[in-house]
Design a binder for this molecule. Structure first.
Ligand SMILES: *[C@@H]1O[C@H](CO)[C@@H](O)[C@H](O)[C@H]1NC(C)=O
Ligand SMILES: *[C@@H]1O[C@H](CO)[C@@H](O)[C@H](O)[C@H]1NC(C)=O
Ligand SMILES: *[C@@H]1O[C@H](CO)[C@@H](O)[C@H](O)[C@H]1NC(C)=O
Ligand SMILES: [Zn+2]
Ligand SMILES: [Zn+2]
Length: 567
């Protein structure tokens, strides 16, 4: 019996450690090697979780006992990767959720949990994905391309700020935690290990001074019409979040937007780091329990009300999403795609279109189509991300393809990479989603923001410009960062326009051009010194291309077809 508990705990610790290690693990090729060991992980995960479920249900293992076992494991196995305090903290904030799922969701099995948690380790269990949303029949009327000779609207896209109120310059930047650069990160023995003044390529987020400085710089150098903020305010100190702490940090960022940009409208969405514990969005069935995410929705409705009309509050309070008519003919649809993050363990409780969001998305687009509007879609996590629940990505993609001409722009965050994804209907690419990159350098990348040129009549994307600063250089001088334009998309990649077709042609050229692939990689990491030093090998380039071609994680059709001859 004792040894069984051991196995169980090992596996849970493994799962916790994995999920800790997952987000933003730097350059993508690290993941490739792990995936090939997917079978082993799957087996260990399923066996272990089934055992702990049995132990709790049949032998009524007490709450404190479960926690203790997990702690022991943290101290042994969790410590291989991080300081045990991290693992213990994660156990503490997740324990109630785990126990609730085992006790109340009688049909939940190890294979469901592992299929979800380890979707990208090929653990995916297709049995659980049989749901779909109603997508109205028909086809959206053809659209015209934007006209670059017209004076464009200017839209700022900023994302993944990851504000760390405890950031301390000179503290240890490489510690045994997911996030360092803090008073409590440990002793600095070597001056090279000290966190930079502005921020740092290593396990570090962003101090307030960099946020203020960045917003001031942007305001001074641009005449902006709108601001898109695609989520992730909270730092990566994920083992010690709290409702109060998150509220405080959300308020700080929202008031910085207000203070620095005045009357320029900001359209914010939620990131997966905003809830407490992170990633967890509880379904409707848990609205009146301790697990409810209602506090975050209510707080967002209040915080965003400076920029959004009163009638957006109903859906924000329902699930953190909204739509707003920005000007005649131009609509924004702001989604909460975090519900479909595979680390949102509540998908085990209810995985079917949480909050009815996708159904609402389709209906909203149908009305926009009838009204002849153009729509920009804001979403934190890309639909084809390896951690986006595949059925959600599949239904999202169906909707996008149905309304491909009504949607004239798509904007993502979350990956911290300046990258893009196309949507392809079997004949050609119809839409492109552009990722905003990140303000945090976590990890290895230079902070950035983007300025989009938008056609002022049909709201098509005309071009975008990525601005960065060199973290090494800024920290060396300690004077305000010298922001500069890294590139403009059309010129950099030699495309005529930003349409799906044109971008898809670019990707096809990239398959055959190592120079283009390298350019894409360097832009993706914004020539961060740390990322460039690590470089991008063939697996990494192949990954970059596959990511561009993936709208739904489990559909690798395009990726397999195009990358066959990459070597
Ligand atoms: C997979 O993606 C391709 C290309 O976008 C598409 O044509 C095909 O219908 C998709 N397959 C499924 C099963 O959704
Ligand atoms: C950033 O600055 C450092 C220090 O001045 C320099 O060595 C490095 O080449 C710069 N990186 C880029 C991409 O310009
Ligand atoms: C790449 O080049 C090869 C040989 O020149 C050609 O057969 C192939 O179709 C090209 N691939 C793409 C995606 O353009
Ligand atoms: Zn992020
Ligand atoms: Zn995120």
């Amino acid at each position: 019996m004792r040894s069984k508990v051991c196995v169980i705990v090992v596996v849970v610790a493994l799962a916790v450690t994995l999920s800790l290690a997952q987000e933003n693990q730097g350059i993508a090729h690290k993941d490739t090697r792990l995936v090939s060991r997917g079978d082993v992980f799957c087996f260990a995960c399923v066996t272990g979780l089934d055992a702990i479920i049995l132990k709790r249900r049949v032998f009524k293992l007490k709450d404190g006992k479960v926690q203790k076992h997990l702690y022991v494991l943290c101290d042994t196995f969790g410590a291989l990767v991080y300081d045990p305090a991290v693992c213990r903290g994660m156990v503490d904030i997740h324990l109630n959720m785990i126990l609730f799922l085992i006790d109340n969701k009688k049909d939940v099995k190890g294979s469901d949990a592992c299929g979800l948690l380890l979707q990208n380790f090929k653990c995916f269990n297709s049995e659980v994905s049989r749901w779909s949303v109603d997508v109205p029949k028909g086809k959206s009327p053809p659209k015209k391309l934007g006209d670059s000779s017209r004076e464009p609207l200017k839209v700022l896209h900023v994302t993944d700020i990851h504000y760390d109120p405890h950031y301390e310059a000179g503290s240890l930047a490489t510690c045994r935690r997911p996030m360092c650069c803090n008073r409590d990160s440990g002793k600095v023995k070597n001056v090279a290990d000290a966190a930079g003044f502005w921020t740092d390529y290593r396990e570090c987020d962003v101090p307030a001074r960099l946020i203020t400085e960045t917003f001031k710089h942007i305001r001074k150098n641009n005449k902006l019409d709108y601001i898109y903020f695609t989520g992730d305010i909270i730092s990566h100190r994920i083992w010690e979040t709290s409702v109060e702490g998150n509220k405080r940090d959300i308020k700080f960022i929202m008031s910085e937007f207000k203070k620095q940009f005045g009357d320029i409208p900001v359209y914010p969405i939620l990131g997966n780091h905003e809830p407490h514990p992170l990633n967890l969005f509880a379904p409707d069935g848990l609205k009146n329990t301790e697990f409810s995410t209602q506090w975050l929705f209510d707080y967002s409705a209040e915080m965003w009300s400076d920029w959004l009309p009163e009638n957006t509050k109903e859906t924000i309070r329902r699930g953190g999403f909204y739509t707003v008519l920005v000007r005649p003919g131009f609509r924004i649809v702001a989604l909460n795609s975090n519900v479909a993050y595979t680390l949102n363990a509540w998908l085990l409780y209810d995985d079917v279109d949480m909050y009815g969001q996708l159904e609402w998305f389709a209906k909203t687009l149908e009305k926009a189509e009838e009204a002849g509007e153009s729509v920009h879609v804001l979403s934190h996590i890309p639909s084809g991300d390896e951690y986006t629940y595949s059925p959600w990505g599949r239904e999202f993609t169906r909707i996008v393809l149905r309304f491909s001409n009504t949607i004239t722009g798509m904007f993502n965050g979350h990956t911290h990479f300046d990258e893009l994804n196309i949507y392809h209907d079997g004949k050609d690419a119809t839409n492109v989603a552009f990722n905003g990159g990140s303000l945090t350098p976590f990890s290895d990348v230079n902070p950035n923001y983007k300025i989009f040129d938008i056609d002022s009549i049909n709201f098509d994307i005309l071009d975008y410009h990525t601005w960065i600063f060199n973290v090494t250089e800024a920290n060396r001088k300690q004077t305000p960062p010298e922001w500069y334009k890294l590139y403009s998309f059309k010129k950099e990649y030699g495309v005529k326009d930003m349409s799906g077709k044109e971008v898809f042609d670019l990707i096809k050229r990239m398959v055959n051009s190592s120079t283009l692939r390298q350019t894409y990689f360097e832009n993706k990491v914004r020539v961060g010194d740390a990322a460039l030093a690590k470089g991008c090998d063939e697996d990494c380039h192949k990954n970059n291309i596959c990511n561009m071609l993936t709208a739904e994680y489990s559909n690798r059709t395009l990726c397999n077809k195009l990358t066959k001859n990459i070597y």
